[in-house]
Write a protein that binds this ligand. Structure first.
Ligand SMILES: [Zn+2]
Length: 540
């Protein structure tokens, strides 16, 4: 009986843990995709994907579920256990992820073919998603489910995202029983719509996340009065409020707040303000929230339902589906709220809305979450005077503001308090899903507060759950590229990429310039043509 730590080891994405619950029989907890820039190399599965019999999913976020279709492609044909809500969210989020990958591969292929490289292949396709979705076995909260010989599980609400779970594994081998609890992502208390993280009472071993392993959330801004203020002052100026938002989770929370505002008449001056959600994925997710079982909802959301209202639906809510509807919105100057994805403005329809609204001082861009370094969202939030969107320079005159203090993750104290709720404390805690400092910092705090051995293993480490000892500890492996990529080499690489982007932009500008010559005198057109040809000759 052993556990192998593969993904999200000393980093926050790519959650994946392998358990051999009996000799030669394997299951995975999560099968997440790595996102963003990561310094460390994560180990590959040490057994063929076809040998994995089950995958248990803690929740639908792509960094926990995003590589399931790839696992399918590699030969996995077992069962995937998840709550009904996680199953429903996976069906739309994995389809969206496949779509992105297919588009990226298509664009990359165009570029590759021009320079004599082979076509790019997506990691997985829409078909892989359809096939892997057939393997899902929805499993409700609180049910003891015997999955196989010596393998029983129970899902408990983790309060992080609709359907998110802590998973308790009751394992047995040769008469020795062990209980392993995997936290997935631990939710924050008092989030709208969903319940708070529920207690788990006992474990021999605990695997816990550490996204905020050393940090405390700032004191919350009360979101509703804050939104009322922002909306009122923007509408008084005749402007609109543009909100970049993650499609699943945050968008529905915002809808909950707007429904509260309308239901309680908090915007008397502009009671009928319209709200547009411009993201097909967000609208599909909203539909899943609207159908979810009441056991997923917190008390306030249930109260709203009892009163015959829907917690995230209201008069004046418009969901946009087509690109035409999205474009038409920019022609309409009525003050309104536009929620569009993506959350950090790196892609999605939000970029169109920013292009059409950032320049106007009457408008407000309201960020509803953390903006990572280097993203367009962060550049705007940090006060850029102008930004480039779709190759066009857009001046920033709109009001920029942030609704902070709303997070789907427990902070350090939240994590420790949740462990504090165990009646029978685990003998050993493994810490994952956090940056270097966060995972080791949380491990130290756990040792200090509870006197439990806690450790943040690197990818590839193996632990014997029966004997209670390490089989193998591993060293971090730093990603290498082209013979040892140092920080300096990376900077050079980034600089190269940046220069190349500028070149491409200049070429696009030139093309636009040439297009504007239509109808000009023949001599001018000839002159420009010659100059471009000269330029290319001299550039070779
Ligand atoms: Zn998550």
């Amino acid at each position: 009986m052993k556990i192998t730590f593969l993904g999200a080891a000393h980093q926050v994405t790519g959650s994946r843990t392998l358990v051999e619950w009996m000799e030669g029989r394997y299951f995975l907890v999560d099968s997440g995709m790595e996102q963003g820039e990561n310094e460390l190399e994560m180990r590959e599965l040490p057994v063929p994907a076809s040998r994995i019999e089950y995958v248990f999913l803690t929740h639908a976020h792509i960094d926990h579920s995003g590589n399931l279709p790839l696992l399918y492609r590699q030969g996995f044909r077992g069962k995937v256990y998840a709550t009904p809500e996680t199953t429903n969210l996976c069906s739309i989020m994995l389809a969206d992820s496949a779509n992105i990958q297919e588009n990226d591969a298509e664009n990359q292929t165009k570029k590759n073919l021009r320079i004599g490289l082979p076509a790019a292949v997506p990691d997985y396709t829409t078909e892989d998603v359809q096939e892997v979705m057939k393997l899902f076995q929805p499993c409700a909260y609180g049910r003891m489910l015997t999955v196989d010989e010596n393998l029983t599980v129970r899902f408990t609400d983790a309060g992080h995202l609709l359907g998110s779970s802590f998973i308790e594994f009751f394992l047995e081998e040769d008469g020795t029983a062990r209980k392993l609890v995997c936290s997935g992502d631990v939710g924050n208390t008092n989030q709208p719509i969903i319940c708070d993280p529920q207690p788990v009472k006992e474990a021999d071993y605990l695997l816990i996340e550490s996204t905020y392993g050393t940090r405390l959330h700032e004191k919350k801004k009360e979101p509703i009065p804050y939104l009322v203020d922002v909306l009122t002052r923007t509408f008084r100026r005749g402007g609109s409020v543009i909100i970049p938002s993650f499609a699943v989770g945050r968008t529905q929370e915002l809808l909950y707040f707007f429904r509260e505002i309308k239901q309680h008449g908090l915007m008397r001056e502009f009671a009928d303000f319209p709200v547009y959600v411009d993201s097909p994925l967000a609208n599909e997710a909203t539909a899943i929230y609207l159908q979810c079982g009441t056991e997923c909802l917190d008390e306030s959301a249930r109260e709203v339902m009892k009163a015959g209202e829907n917690p995230i639906w209201f008069e004046g809510l418009n969901t946009l589906v087509t690109a035409q509807e999205s474009k038409a919105l920019n022609e309409d100057s009525t003050p309104k709220v536009i929620i569009a994805s993506g959350g950090m403005c790196e892609g999605g329809r939000i970029r169109h809305h920013l292009k059409h609204n950032l320049w106007n001082e009457n408008n407000t861009v309201l960020f509803a979450g953390y903006q990572a370094e280097g993203t367009l969202g962060r550049i705007i939030y940090d006060g850029a005077k102008a930004v480039k969107i779709f190759g066009e320079t857009i001046e920033v005159h709109a009001e920029i503001t942030l609704l902070d203090g709303i997070s789907g993750h427990a902070d350090r104290d939240g994590l420790l308090d949740w462990i504090g709720g165990f009646d029978k404390k685990p003998a050993m805690v493994f810490v994952n899903h956090g940056d270097d400092d966060s995972c080791t910092g949380l491990a130290e705090s756990i040792q200090e507060r509870f006197g439990i051995t806690a450790y943040a293993p690197f990818s590839g480490a193996e632990y014997d759950l029966k004997k209670g000892e390490w089989i193998r500890l591993t060293e971090p492996v730093y990603r290498k590229k082209e013979g040892g990529r140092t920080a300096e080499a990376r900077q050079t690489k980034e600089k190269e990429a940046q220069l190349y982007r500028s070149l491409m932009e200049a070429a696009e500008d030139l093309q636009e310039y040439a297009a504007r010559m239509k109808g000009h005198a023949n001599s001018e057109i000839r002159k420009l043509t010659d100059r471009i040809r000269d330029l290319m000759r001299s550039g070779r």
